[in-house]
Design a protein around this ligand. Sequence first.
Ligand SMILES: Cc1cc2nc3c(=O)[nH]c(=O)nc-3n(C[C@H](O)[C@H](O)[C@H](O)COP(=O)(O)O)c2cc1C
Length: 377
Amino acid sequence: MKKVINVDDLRRLAKRRLPTICYDFIEGGTDDEIGLAANEQAFRQARIVPRYLIDVSVRDQSTNLFGCTFSSPLGIAPTGSADMFRRGADLMLAQASRDANVPFIMSGVSSSSLEDLGQLAPDHGWYQLYPAIDPLISEDMIKRVRNAGLKTLVLTVDVPEASNRERCIRNGWGPAMRPSWKAKVEALRHPLWMMQWLRNDAPYFGNWTRYAGPSASARMVAEFVMSQFGAPLTWNNVERYRQLWEGNLVLKGIMHPADAVRAGSIGVDGVIVSNHGGRQLDNAPSPLEVLPTIHEAVGDRMTVMLDGGVRRGLHVLLAICMGAKFVFQGRPTLYGVTVGGIAGAAKALAIFRREIDISMAQIGATRIADLGKHYLM
Ligand SMILES: Cc1cc2nc3c(=O)[nH]c(=O)nc-3n(C[C@H](O)[C@H](O)[C@H](O)COP(=O)(O)O)c2cc1C
């Protein structure tokens, strides 16, 4: 990994290591992948105006969020099925986040369990809930999150239905995998990945095994998870979860200012402005486009965060100037963990950290609190 100097280097190495069926799952969007491209494009088009003649020799990118001081304003977004790219990836990501002192959100469809996360990284781990059709399962999961010592619960709101991911359909990717023949043959050309695959059983959805029955196989658990997906998620559920969960409650996937205002009015602590990395609704705006309006609507009454298309440290600063308090990224640390396990995920975080530091100097900011609208054209 010595030659890796940016996130795109990690992406290229991950692409080489993974069979197309896996790489396409990470990389792909929905429909025509317009939203996917727009997320990165929004950052390319944004401009920031530097201030000079300021002593920037000492810089501090630490950031307070929900009463914790993190070393950088950038955390790891939830990404399901990470075990398919490297066995144990969820906890490797958690460990890298703990070592770098930034938050990690465990996906509701992770392979490792939230109890393992609580043991490994209680101060850095957040849990993302996908509600089940059976409300008792969701309520039990909330209880488990509390018992595991985790303090932030993230509710993803932008999956009202499975989306149309055509790369996955063509390759035969799904919770209960049925790879096409073409995908199987292509996988044989990736021996490192293949060896890992053959040495281990199929990955489980670790947070769901107990609900699928004690002797359920990985495929049976996956089928059970699919049978529990698609529960209608409404404001009533959010109110119910607010009553059940006394820790920080965050809604992920909010894109409309009125929804952010409504969330604040029922006691939600934060929103992650996100279009799920372009994976749900193709012609949604990019999160960066709607961020200023959302920040304006809720002001500092709630914590506004963002993810989607962040590939450079400077992007993190841009999002903060436009109203985000904290920023997340999903694919870059997935590339990292795929390529080099904990060290690879740490590398992705270190790349961002270094770029944030250099970019702060370039614009004349010594602290994250210096950033704001005054840097924008
Ligand atoms: C492979 C993959 C799996 C994902 N799984 C989940 C998930 O389980 N839950 C969730 O809320 N978001 C999920 N997301 C969306 C991410 O949390 C995040 O919103 C997105 O990756 C941000 O965009 P970026 O990858 O451009 O940084 C996933 C994204 C990817 C790429």
